[in-house]
Design a protein around this ligand. Structure first.
Ligand code: BDP
Length: 705
């Protein structure tokens, strides 16, 4: 008898655990606790669709609502034709006030709930809003919510190649199986679309920015069309990357000069062909004249010439061009920080009105921490999109847990000052600062064939955060973490939730501390970018190396971006220049981005620079250890496999935090020649030892350029 009771208790406790495999991401809409249902959701009996013409999105919305509410509430919720009590009413009202085209209003009483929108896509988002709220066991009675996305184009960028390798992807292969499309439609496509729609993402670029012209070939367009057909009912448009030299490679032309009439005709015909197959095709993302990619400069034309050539034929279909500002080339003899601004800002006003210029968050390249890109605020007549990286190329790749929402928030809240204090990057990209008619944000996806899509479970939180901030760039990272935690560990155990939120909240700062504290940047290993490499020197060109960026010698360390150095600082608004340009006012976080600082210079903490560097690296390692300890304490609350996988990744993270700390400090000490501060521990080996530890390989394949 005792054994039976024990077995029962065991089964019962397992049910209370976080029991999902991770496949369903934050949309694992399983039945809620009976008490929760009884107090808040019992009134829901059916759905009424009032006064509304059916379309693909609406039909899908009905399915999403009935299926998931039935599952969450443990009873059958059907569509009814007659008005009854306990209904969720969906209404399309083209004249609805105070909402945008994709927005919705949700109003409820004690026993009825109404979702109103201008379009079926608005209803889709309203439906997900409701389902997600219920899934997180939040209050839905007597509420009134009005929501519209603040950014129009909320787009994932897949750096996926058609052979299914993923550039800088650490979660397996590409989920898009080009070989089997269009005939075989993997059910995962639909699951992917649903996850995206549930957080408001409305576009996806299917292919790598280092583009292959083949995706524009007729048979590949059929494959893209098959995906578009699946994604459409989730309000998601597909986009492709356009290889600038496609007219030569596919069309057999002698040139890809954007002003050549034959080239223009080739693109026009290609675009017509695309829209015949995919009437709502979103448009192109283009990487041109960067890292060996072809582009208009090959023909002495500029970026606007290239972008406008594509924009013109796209326009009549409502398509857009997202032209990347990540221009980085060894042929151009310009400091890398300054290159994009110099090439693009003079072209302000010359781009067609369906072109957006897509700018990475910082001036170098997705470093653990960068100041905002000086182009934000500098192109009032050209809509600028923000490009964030969700995949963790420079942040420990698939192994480290780093809650990126904190980093995204920091960037979005950075003050460009261009229209006075408070002109944040968020205000630039949502169009309010310069009245952009078209707005966008892109996130480089971290999604692959891994069972849970992101490999490291907590990578799901970064995808989630991107979607939420794309919808509303003013959200607080902490609230996003809380939402994700509640949706991912729906047993609502306080201890587990606190740990999950703590990990997400503190991990970015920890990672910056053990990798690149005090504004150090670009000190990673060469090529695959995994692990430390502050010693990397003299490759093709100085500014591809670590040594160029930190310039550590016996006296000082750091990069002088002031007038006495590269003068990159001059690209910012004068108020920002004042803040960053003064050694005393420059926040410690960005110090070595802008200043060369003597090792003995005293900092705000009372420690000198060398002592502070050691302190920060140590702090990073301590935090990484604390992360593991915190997670260990929730073992009994998490399903075994999930627990183990997160724990093992934290073990790697802790080990690698130590590796970063020891390798960087051994190296910097070999420059400064200063003794380790009392109470700190010198790395156990000479720098030569750490040099040899460099990884020969990392999973996110190296680009071919
Ligand atoms: C860098 C990556 C490289 C990408 C490039 C880009 O190392 O693989 O192709 O950015 O954004 O971060 O185009």
């Amino acid at each position: 008898m005792k054994q039976i009771v024990f077995a029962f208790l065991l089964i019962f406790s397992q049910i209370q655990l976080f029991g999902q495999s991770g496949y369903n991401l934050w949309t694992d809409y399983k039945k809620l606790d009976a008490n929760v249902i009884a107090t808040e959701y019992n009134f829901i009996n059916s759905i009424l669709v009032s006064n509304t013409k059916d379309d693909e999105v609406l039909n899908n919305t009905k399915t999403i609502l009935t299926q998931n509410l039935s599952s969450l509430l443990g009873k059958s919720i059907k569509i009814e034709k007659q008005k009854k009590t306990g209904q969720i009413t969906l209404t399309i009202n083209k004249n609805a006030l105070n909402i945008g085209n994709e927005g919705f209003t949700l109003t409820s009483t004690n026993n009825a709930l109404n979702i109103e929108a201008k379009t079926s896509t608005g209803l889709l988002y309203g439906a997900f809003y409701l389902i997600n709220k219920i899934h997180r066991s939040e209050k839905i009675k007597n509420i009134k919510v009005s929501e519209s996305p603040k950014i129009q184009n909320r787009i994932l960028n897949h750096w996926d190649n058609i052979d299914r390798t993923v550039e800088r992807g650490y979660a397996g292969f590409s989920i898009f199986n080009w070989h089997e499309l269009p005939e075989y439609e993997d059910p995962r496509y639909e699951d992917y679309a649903m996850a995206n729609a549930s957080i408001g993402i409305n576009g996806t670029v299917l292919t790598n920015v280092n583009a292959n012209a083949i995706v524009l070939r007729a048979d590949y367009l059929d494959k893209t069309a098959a995906l578009a057909n699946i994604f459409r009912k989730y309000g998601i448009k597909v986009y492709l990357t356009a290889r600038f030299s496609a007219p030569i490679e596919l069309g057999g032309l002698k040139t890809a000069d954007p002003l050549d009439p034959q080239v223009r005709l080739w693109w026009k015909n290609k675009i017509d062909e695309i829209y015949q197959k995919i009437p709502d095709f979103g448009g192109f993302l283009v990487k041109a004249n960067s890292e060996g990619q072809p582009g208009p400069q090959d023909y002495k034309r500029n970026h606007a010439d290239g972008a406008n050539m594509l924009a013109e034929p796209l326009k009549k279909y409502g398509g857009i061009v997202m032209w990347r500002a990540f221009v980085y080339s060894h042929e151009v003899n310009e400091d890398r920080f300054k290159q994009a601004y110099k090439e693009f800002v003079p072209l302000d006003g010359q781009f067609a009105d369906n072109v957006l210029v897509q700018v990475k968050n910082g001036p170098i390249d997705f470093q653990p921490r960068e100041p905002f890109h000086p182009m934000f605020g500098a192109m009032p007549k050209t809509p600028l999109m923000l490009e964030l990286q969700i995949t963790k190329e420079y942040l420990g790749q698939g192994t480290h847990l780093v809650g990126l929402a904190k980093m995204y928030e920091e960037i979005l809240q950075s003050d460009t000052h261009v229209k006075g204090k408070g002109t944040t990057v968020a205000k630039i990209i949502d169009g309010t600062a310069h009245d952009y008619k078209i707005t966008g944000i892109a996130g480089v996806a971290n999604i692959g064939t891994a069972f849970n899509s992101t490999g490291n479970l907590f990578g799901q939180a970064d995808w989630y955060a991107f979607g939420k901030l794309a919808w509303n760039p003013y959200l607080d990272a902490r609230n996003i973490f809380k939402e994700w935690t509640a949706a991912t560990f729906p047993n609502r155990n306080k201890k587990l939730s606190d740990v999950s939120n703590w990990l997400l909240e503190h991990s970015h700062e920890a990672c910056v501390s053990y990798m690149t504290p005090l504004g150090l940047h670009h000190i990673m290993a060469e090529g695959h970018h995994f692990g430390p490499g502050p010693w990397v020197d003299s490759l093709f060109r100085a500014d591809w190396t670590s040594v160029y960026y930190h310039k550590a010698n016996k006296d000082s360390i750091g990069f002088d971006s002031k007038i006495t150095g590269t003068n990159a600082l001059s690209q910012f608004h004068p108020d920002v220049q004042k803040l960053y340009g003064n050694l005393n006012s420059c926040p410690d976080e960005y110090l070595l981005w802008f200043h060369r600082v003597p090792w003995t210079h005293p900092l705000k903490s009372g420690r000198n620079l060398w002592e502070e560097l050691v302190f920060r690296y140590d702090q990073g390692v301590t935090k990484a250890r604390e992360m593991k300890t915190k997670w260990d304490a929730v073992e009994s609350l998490v399903e075994k496999e999930t627990f183990r996988s997160v724990r093992d990744h934290l073990i790697i993270q802790q080990k690698e935090a130590q590796w970063w700390r020891d390798a960087c400090l051994a190296y910097f000490q070999s420059r400064s020649q200063l003794a380790f501060p009392v109470g700190t521990i010198a790395p156990p080996h000479e720098v030569q030892y750490y040099k040899k530890l460099s990884y020969p390989y990392s999973p996110g394949i190296k680009p071919k350029w």
